[in-house]
Write a protein that binds this ligand. Structure first.
Ligand SMILES: NCc1cccc(Nc2n[nH]c3ncnc(Nc4cccc(O)c4)c23)c1
Length: 232
């Protein structure tokens, strides 16, 4: 997160850190007791290794009472996701067991009504992604408020030039923005997850390249289907 600030500890008890060998790779969030939603692009370069999912954390390194690392039983990328574009950039992770829910570990509801969030709505992004252009990584969860911008503005020739589909949304990226390692985290508007951070052009903090999110509502049926079919 560029231009943001340290989140109040455990006020975002749905936040997940997707880790490999103890290293934060991507964000994610708890959508059900045994399920985390993230971004398919997060699996790039992991050559098939499964993530571990850290829940209940504020600091990535310090011991905290409700912090717990969960093993993953299955990682299910959206069938339409691919490395060449940002379309369908969603990843479902089934935890080895149900997460122990408490004040620090909670499910975040996601938007099921497929309607665009109005432009200028101020939403929040949070994550343990880089906090400087030089790539400094924070130990504690960061957050930033960002206004939604219209798809027409985001699709302008000088911005993302007509690559933003109706299954994506954008926020202004002037100075304050999501960045490397924030992918997979939720865009929360009025307490509901409306989008999932996708890297897009990977540019951070440049108003010419607004932040892009995969809208969740269009994928509600896919998400429900995967969770139902894996339930046992
Ligand atoms: N703001 C959109 C957004 C959301 C999520 C991730 C991203 N960026 C990135 N995702 N993956 C990346 N691998 C390498 N570099 C990256 N961006 C980067 C790194 C240092 C300085 C800088 O200005 C930009 C990214 C960008």
């Amino acid at each position: 997160i560029l231009g943001g600030y340290e989140a109040k500890p455990h006020l975002r008890p749905y936040m997940a850190s997707l880790q490999l060998d103890g290293q934060h790779v991507c964000g994610g969030f708890l959508i059900a007791e045994q399920w985390v939603l993230s971004a398919a692009h997060c699996t790039e370069g992991t050559n098939g290794k499964l993530f571990q999912v850290l829940l209940g954390a504020h600091s990535l390194t310090e011991p905290e009472p409700h912090k717990r690392l969960y093993r993953v039983r299955a990682q299910i990328p959206h069938p339409g996701s691919n490395i060449h574009n940002n379309r369908d950039d969603l990843l479902l992770l089934q935890l080895e067991e149900k997460a122990e829910l408490n004040a620090h570990v909670k499910v975040l509801p996601f938007q099921r009504e497929d309607r665009d969030v109005e432009a200028d709505t101020v939403c929040e992004a949070a994550g343990w992604g880089t906090v400087t252009h030089s790539g400094r990584r924070p130990d504690k969860l960061q957050q930033v408020e960002r206004p939604v911008i219209s798809r027409d503005l985001c699709n302008h020739r000088t911005r993302h030039d007509h690559t933003i589909t109706e299954k994506m949304m954008c926020t202004d990226s002037r100075k304050k923005d999501t960045c490397k390692g924030d992918s997979g985290g939720p865009l929360v508007c009025n307490g509901v997850a409306e989008g999932v951070v996708t890297a897009g052009s990977r540019v951070c903090g440049n108003y010419k390249k607004p932040a892009i999110y995969t809208r969740i509502a269009p994928y509600a049926a896919w998400i429900d289907g995967v969770m139902a079919s894996a339930a046992r």
